[in-house]
Design a protein around this ligand. Sequence first.
Ligand code: AHG
Ligand code: MN
Ligand code: MN
Length: 320
Amino acid sequence: MTDLPTLETYLATHPGSPATAEALLHIGRACVEISRAVQLGAVGDHLGAAGATNVQDEEQKKLDVLADDILGQVLERCASVAGYASEEREHVELTGRSGGVLVLFDPLDGSSNIDVNVSIGTIFSILPAPDNGTPTTESFLRSGRHQLAAGYAVYGPQTVLVITVSAEVAAFTLDAEGVWRLTHERLRVPTETREFAINMSNQRHWAEPVRQYIAECLQGRDGSRGKDFNMRWVGSMVADVHRILMRGGVFLYPWDAREPSRPGKLRLLYEGAPMALLVERAGGAASDGQRPLLDVEPTSLHQRVGVVLGSAAEVSRLAA
Ligand code: AHG
Ligand code: MN
Ligand code: MN
């Protein structure tokens, strides 16, 4: 198995700027470090609350803070990174360099699953930095179409890094020596599916089209869909999206009426947009409920968005 190509060789042979490749290699190293902490758990004193809240008003876990620190330190040392932004930081960070790329990340996705030993992950998005001069917050506010690359690491039974840097999506599995090995080339999301993922406990808050879509799935072969559906909800977007990339399905975290002015729970720039790029490149689709998620124009760094992504036929059915 050790002759499988590494992340380095893959990046050297796939289109993408040297700055993007350099940033991806650094992010890959940070994810190896985060995965070590995840694996140690209580032995490394990495479980439980950090005792602080972030800009989203969410209670931070120790691993949210540690993963954020690791990524920050690694990106500060990466010569091609002009700045970065994180779920856990109110403002963007500038490295003092210009040109190259900007990185946006959710350092630890699925925080509610940390303490119960269920799969969690890291999500990232790479945007071009302005050619000249210092980036500003506005430099980070680009629609998902502008991404140079995107991906995630999932810390599950295996540690897997999924990236898109060209027209395709590839997955790398961490080997015993801490090297990312190419294990899945050209991932494809099947067009049709019989599996959906949504937090059913929010049902009473959903908009009518979402209620109707899920009701039809639940009717199974007795209803208009004419087939039985299965349901899965890990509660870590990374793990739910990974399942969809591997075997299809549809994932929904739509707008709901709990906070009517809030477009959704998930964040556009470092959760929605990178996952939308991966899923589209793998032949699936992603929508905010009304339009392609990659076309949503951000107006603020921590902006939320409704997310429907996965098998193309299901996403267009719901959007219709
Ligand atoms: P994070 O841990 O980065 O704040 O993200 C959690 C997100 C996402 O991973 C998941 O899909 C969703 O929250 C789960 O929400 P519910 O607890 O409402 O199911
Ligand atoms: Mn998240
Ligand atoms: Mn997070």
